[in-house]
Every structure is written in structure tokens, then in C-alpha cells.
Design a protein around this ligand. Sequence first.
Ligand code: FAD
Length: 318
Amino acid sequence: MKIVDHISNAKGTPLFSFELLPPIKGQSIKGIFDAIDPLMEFNPPFIDVTYLREDYIYKQHPNGLLEKIAYRKRPSTVATCAAIMNKYNVDAVPHLICGGFTKDETENALIDLQFLGIDNVLVLRGDARKSDSSFVPTPDGHAYASELLQHVVDMNNGRYLHDYMEDAAKTDFCIGVAGYPEKHYESPNLDTDFKYLKHKVDTGADFIVTQMFFDNKKYKALVDKCRANGINVPIIPGLKPITSSKQLVSLPKIFHLDIPMELSEAIQACKSEKDVKEVGIEWMIHQCQELKEMGAPVLHFYTMGNPEPTKKIVQAVF
Ligand code: FAD
């Protein structure tokens, strides 16, 4: 079922959902099921599965030469989605990125998703490879999420890349895009970032999922700005509790966000990592309660393969 239909069927009651990463190459699917099982009692209507682009590794040969090899560490987004749908009978939402795909490969991937019965996709540009200083599009691939989105919208209208067939079957994807309450790190300012978010919605995005944030005022400001500018699609807050003191540094560095001083000071005052986890969970419980009051349609958690903190929060909030 489409995410927008899950939301409208809930008639204003907030839903719970979460995101996880596909297994590292060499791990079994069991790790995914172990990360999902503890959360199924809260009836998530959908589960997101991220997509990780290939990166480069260097293999040293006996003669000392280094070989550059393209390597995907977590290769199985689509199969992980299929396994989740098969085992739990919930909607799986694959993330689809621009990086690493030519337009033809994108189109073929979308046909696979449609045939698997996947109704929703979250379309993204994708992050830069670790080996690149900034995002490098694949030759003949899409450079921005809005271009990828347009491609999906075209297929939803029966228009394929090479228009090889009259009356081609229309896909029927419900399409999500990313939004940034604290702006995307490459944007010069919030207004420019917002202009491109609006462009994605005008192009046909059905819902927005936000980057994680720790200050609800930033989510509210984004929602208010969207509504004032005619963006009426659901805006799903993305959430992650702080679970270790290291994250005070790593989360701002990786996700380009602010941690409110009240939270950072409470964490710095903790005597143990166990206390840090409790502070992080308490903060998130409070955030979620407020978000429910603010009318957030879904509370969407970045579990990163660790379901326990999310479970404690959801138990307290739902
Ligand atoms: P875009 O919307 O294309 O925006 C990228 C930047 O370009 C922004 O600064 C924007 O303001 C600007 N911009 C947009 N359009 C234009 C234009 N036409 N001209 C000039 N500038 C423009 N990454 C992954 O690799 N895999 C994942 O599974 C994944 N999942 C994510 C899920 C969520 C909910 C979020 C919030 C992020 C996720 N990411 C993922 C990270 C995401 O790929 C990065 O943040 C990436 O850098 C930007 O992606 P985007 O879709 O927001 O890009």
C-alpha cells in the first residue's frame, strides 16, 4: 500500500516506522530479521531500506602495485526489501539513489521494484563516495534527486526513456524525497535548500522524510514554511536517539545538524555510557510526545540495526 494511504487510513493517529541498512556483504539476512523482530509488536506499516553506493578499495598485489576496485559493502537493498515483505507482510520502502546508476539502470531497477510489488520509493541523490570530496554523478546518470524523481514520475505516466513501446504499462509508485530542517550541507542557506525541496514536490513527490533533528522547533519551522508555500504533502520526521557520548561529535559531523545545548550538557554530565543512553532515550521520548501533539503523521526512526533504544521510546510514546 502507498505510504500516503497508510497515513490517510490512520485518520490523524501517528504511525510508527523505521529504517535499516541492508546487511554487509558476507552477513546473512538473519541480522536484519533480528533487528526487525523486537519492533514488530508496534505494527509498523512500512520499513525503509537504505541504498549504499559503491566505493573504491585498494588491493595490494605481490609486486607492490595497488589495484583500485569498485566495491559495494551493502549490496542487497532490493532483495532485503523482498525478504522483509515476504516474512512480515509489511511494505518495504527501498531508497533509490542517483549515484552509481545510469538512467537505463535506474529504469531497469524501477521495473524490478514494480514487478516485486513494491509501492513506494524514497528517491535521493545519494552521498559522495568516501573516496570523492563531493558527489560525482555517474556518466549518463541523474545528478539531482529531482531528476530521478522526474524519471519515476515519467514511468508513472507510462513514459520510458527510449519510448520503445506505445501504451507502455504505467508504474504506480508513491514517491518520497528527503527534506532538511537544518538545510542540506551543500546549500548556501535555508531558503535555497527550500527552493529545491519545493521543486521536488512540484515535480511530483508524494511525501517528505526529514533528516534527523534534535530540536522540534526546526521541524515545525520546516512544516510551517512548507504549508505557507503550498506544500501540502505529509512531512515525516526522521528520528534517532543519541546512544553514545561519541555521537555528540559524530552526528553533527556526518549529518550536519545541531545538538541543543541542554542535551549536549546533559550528556557531558553523564558518569557512564549507560547514563548517556538513558539521557538520549528520555530526550527522544519527550521529542516524540511533542511531535505527536504537533500532528506529525509518522514517527520514523533511524535504527541503524540497533532496535533496543527505538523499542524503549516507542513503548513509552505509543
Ligand atoms: P538533492 O535533493 O538532489 O539535493 C542535493 C543538494 O543539491 C542540496 O544542497 C540541494 O539544495 C541542491 N540542489 C537540488 N537540486 C538542485 C538543482 N537543480 N541545482 C542546484 N542545486 C540543487 N544517502 C544514501 O546514499 N543512501 C540512502 O539510502 C540515503 N537515505 C537517506 C534518507 C533520508 C530520509 C535522508 C534525509 C537522507 C538520506 N541519504 C541517503 C543522504 C542523501 O543522499 C544526502 O543527504 C545527499 O547529499 C542529498 O540527497 P538529496 O536527495 O537530498 O539530494
